[in-house]
Design a protein around this ligand. Structure first.
Ligand code: NDP
Ligand code: GDR
Length: 330
């Protein structure tokens, strides 16, 4: 039986990837860090099917111990401090998790399984930052605009460096924004879907947002975790852009979300400078041609469908159906 180890299994992507790998017949293991209250909200429905191990990307020995115990064939490194604004508030910690954490995992693999473990690194379109070309491809120069983007760029290059230095099977997936019903509520898509649902249900009347002009290439997380797995099934390790090839502004997102419940966004959205970033990434649009050609990967869920699913899921959750959104491939 194939065995995979996922870091960040309690996160949005980790939960979808665990579900996906189970459908492929994998034995799925995940790393969780100790916390005083369990945060298994996204994986609660899977805990009897997966194996969880306590470890932390900050603790090298804990990673070595887990690798020894599990002996996986594939490692998906999804753990990170992943919220861009927090990276200005905690730049050093972001570097420790999001950048040095990658080296700690690669070193552990080099020590214990460099010839047999395939490694996936969760890289990000935030590395393009102040974009140098449109659309962005695997060869577009990087120009990160936040401590998070800088840390991810380190993670990207150290992954390539271990591949080239030690002949290890390491790939970096440059994934553009992907969202879902399980997205953290501080990210703009979920903030909007949750806010729209609250306004619809009369729980509040306003939604405070920052820059409505920023443009992102948004897809659904369920489509994107499939691409992660596909990358690790290739004969040769390589890096891929994963995106939809479409871009939409935050304002378009807001319009579609309010439309879903028949409300006019202009009556509810308040611009709040507290949500403006010290440096912004204005426009992201990825070209997924290489992934399409080499992996046969294509996204299946469109942007309006993504927004619709998120709004309906938040409405259902707020109405008291706590498990809404955790259905298969939701
Ligand atoms: P989430 O923020 O939902 O999940 C992050 C995960 O990392 C959580 O499970 C968290 O655990 C874990 N984690 C954080 N720090 C540590 C640590 N020190 N040791 C162990 N685990 C830790 O992120 P997503 O699922 O959205 O993203 C997955 C990865 O993909 C991240 O690396 C992100 O930066 C990257 N990415 C995401 C994109 C997106 O649009 N979603 C796009 C491109 C890249 P806990 O639950 O304990 O906090
Ligand atoms: P991003 O996602 O920074 O692209 O990083 P986020 O949803 O936080 O922001 C997207 C854009 O929306 C604008 N925006 C707001 N954002 C938030 N969070 N809250 C607001 O109120 C708001 N108003 C406007 C932002 O300025 C920005 O332009 C995500 C994360 O998942 C990263 O981990 C990942 O690497 C990248 O996507 C690709």
């Amino acid at each position: 039986m194939k065995k995979a180890l996922i870091t960040g299994i309690t996160g949005q992507d980790g939960s979808y990837l665990a579900e996906f790998l189970l459908t492929k017949g994998y034995e799925v293991h995940g790393i969780v860090r100790r916390s005083s209250t369990e945060n298994f909200e996204r994986i609660g429905h899977l805990t009897d099917k997966i194996h969880l191990h306590q470890a932390d990307l900050l603790d090298q020995l804990s990673l070595i111990d887990v690798l020894k115990e599990v002996n996986p064939g594939e490692v998906y490194n999804l753990a990170a401090q992943s919220f861009v604004p927090t990276s200005w508030k905690q730049p050093v910690l972001t570097g420790e998790f999001t950048a040095m954490g990658v080296t700690r995992m690669l070193e552990a693999i080099k020590l214990l399984g460099r010839d047999r473990i395939r490694f996936y690194q969760a890289s990000s379109s935030e590395m393009f930052g102040k974009v140098q070309a449109v659309p962005q491809t695997e060869t577009t120069p990087f120009y990160p605009r936040s401590p998070y983007g800088v840390a991810k760029l380190y993670g990207h290059w150290i992954t390539i460096n271990y591949r080239e230095s030690y002949n290890m099977y390491c790939v970096s997936g440059i994934l553009f924004n992907h969202e879902s019903e399980r997205r953290g509520k501080e990210f703009v898509t979920r903030k909007v879907s949750d806010g729209v649902a609250r306004i619809k249900l009369g729980m509040t009347n306003e939604l405070r947002l920052g820059n409505l002009d920023a443009k992102r290439d948004w897809g659904h997380a369920a489509d994107y975790v499939r691409a992660m797995w596909m990358m690790l099934q290739q004969a040769e390790p390589d890096d891929y852009v994963i995106s939809t090839g479409e871009t939409h502004s935050v304002q378009e997102l807001v319009e579609i979300a309010f439309d879903c419940v028949g409300l006019n966004w202009k009556k509810h959205v308040v611009l709040d400078p507290a949500f403006i970033r010290p440096a912004e990434v204005d426009l992201l649009i990825g070209d997924p041609a290489k992934a399409n050609k080499n992996l046969g990967w294509k996204p299946e869920i469109s942007f309006p469908e993504l927004v619709r699913r998120m709004v309906l899921s938040d409405l259902a959750k707020l109405r008291g159906n706590a498990h809404a959104g955790y259905a298969k491939a939701a």
